[in-house]
Design a protein around this ligand. Structure first.
Ligand SMILES: NC(=O)c1ccc[n+]([C@@H]2O[C@H](COP(=O)([O-])OP(=O)(O)OC[C@H]3O[C@@H](n4cnc5c(N)ncnc54)[C@H](O)[C@@H]3O)[C@@H](O)[C@H]2O)c1
Length: 397
């Protein structure tokens, strides 16, 4: 694929590194940036033939098969609409919009023009997440009841993230979008997210938006997606997911404990890992950042889907659902109550039943719990099917 990269910042770099990595045949043919100097610097670093400050011209070039939007949040809509008018397939980084309204406009624009679009939510493509999702979809942990997804670090690296008008919000819009989509993937993207309760505050930084938030998204089947985000966490980037099912549990640690731990008394003058706070003392380097963060598998899926004329795993529709959940979270922060999620476009299942596991013990009882006690006895707690009475039996006393 011949790619137009809009943006030469952190994510533009990770995307280019992933697309052109190893022996890949994909090539960024043109990079757009605000200043010619930074566009050219990026182009020369990554062997990109052309660099420009003219976004429309970059998109419209004949040697561009697909446009990637790697720009600050307030420019996503403009860039997507420019790609749509040029009839070019477009991939947009997260969050899709600053609000669900913006995301919805982008969704409707690509769909009514029949333009291929992918939502670049890399964290559902990390190798660990893909493996965990396969296990969940095969039923290895039963029905998912609760997903806790956490992304915290000391704060973003560019001014615009901290400006509410440009970003659309703080830690929720920046990182809650990842956590919400991770939970949706585990719980089931066809299960309707119904309501959200969220706490957020500005604990540390002198900004208008939140630098810390914790929220819960309730799904129609009773499952809960919990997101924890912070721009005030010290110690690097903490990326963790926990998936609880009726028959099992999965814990994923993506960053600070990746399997490589190193101590350096002198300090390592090289880059350690994204958002690492120190290069001295105990360090948690990451061998293959683009791979570990999911970028490599993400582009394999999205560009493969484009070639085959299929839909990628993450679409603009998913980005819009995530934005709608975040809108409700922001409302809940203000109201301090559960707030309904408004989804004028919903393509999932309707009237899904609650997760409810009723294990038979015998003809008259359900099994509540059984446990082997320290004295070797088996304690069985049951519930009478008609009276509802709870009782226990100790076997082997
Ligand atoms: N894991 C991920 O998926 C991930 C990680 C980081 C960032 N992002 C997203 O990527 C987008 C860009 O983030 P980034 O970290 O690369 O930002 P950045 O500040 O590092 O880079 C922004 C790029 O946009 C260009 N730009 C054009 N107009 C601009 C303007 N008016 N103000 C500021 N920059 C302007 C800059 O020149 C620069 O090339 C954001 O939407 C962000 O949420 C995604």
């Amino acid at each position: 694929m011949r790619i137009c990269m809009l943006g030469s910042g952190l994510i533009g770099m990770f995307y280019t590194m992933s697309l052109q990595g190893k022996r890949s045949r994909d090539q960024v043919t043109v990079v757009y940036s605000r200043t010619q100097n930074s566009a050219e610097k990026f182009a020369s670093q990554w062997n990109i033939p052309d660099a420009t400050t003219d976004m429309d011209a970059a998109i419209q070039r004949d040697d561009v098969d697909v446009v990637i939007v790697a720009l600050p949040n307030h420019l996503h809509k403009q860039a997507v609409l420019a790609a749509v008018s040029a009839g070019k397939p477009v991939l947009c980084t997260k969050p899709l919009g600053r609000t669900a309204e913006e995301a919805c406009e982008m969704l409707e624009a690509v769909e009514s023009a029949g333009v291929f679009a992918g939502y670049l939510e890399d964290l559902v493509y990390t190798p660990k997440t893909l493996k965990a999702l396969r296990s969940v979809r095969h039923g290895a942990i039963g029905d998912v009841t609760w997903v806790r997804s956490r992304e915290t670090h000391p704060g973003p690296h560019s001014d615009w993230f901290w400006d509410k008008e440009m970003s659309g919000g703080g830690a929720i819009i920046d990182m809650g979008c990842h956590c919400i989509e991770i939970a949706r993937n585990f719980i089931g993207k066809d299960i309707r997210p119904v309501e959200v309760v969220c706490w957020a505050d500005t604990q540390v930084h002198p900004i208008e938006t939140e630098d810390h938030a914790i929220g819960m998204v309730r799904y129609e089947n009773g499952a809960i997606g919990q997101f924890e985000v912070s721009w005030a966490f010290r110690g690097g980037m903490d990326l963790r997911d926990e998936v609880a099912g009726t028959e099992g549990t999965i814990w994923l640690n993506h960053w600070l404990r990746t399997g490589m731990e190193m101590f350096s008394a002198n300090g390592d003058s090289d880059y350690v890992a994204e958002k690492a706070e120190t290069s001295k003392g105990w360090l948690f380097p990451v061998g293959d950042e683009p791979g570990a963060l999911g970028y490599v598998d993400m582009f394999a899926d999205v560009l493969g889907a484009l070639e085959r004329g299929e839909s990628p795993a993450e679409t603009f529709y998913d980005g819009y659902v995530v934005n709608a959940i975040m809108d409700a979270a922001y409302q809940s922060v203000l109201s301090k109550r559960w707030e309904p999620i408004s989804l004028p476009i919903w393509r999932g299942r309707e009237n899904v039943e609650s997760i409810s596991v009723r294990r038979e013990f015998d003809q008259d009882h359900y099994l509540v719990k059984q446990e082997r006690m320290p004295d070797g006895c088996l304690k069985v707690i049951v519930r009478n099917k008609t009276s509802g009475q709870i009782s226990q039996r100790v076997i082997g006393e």
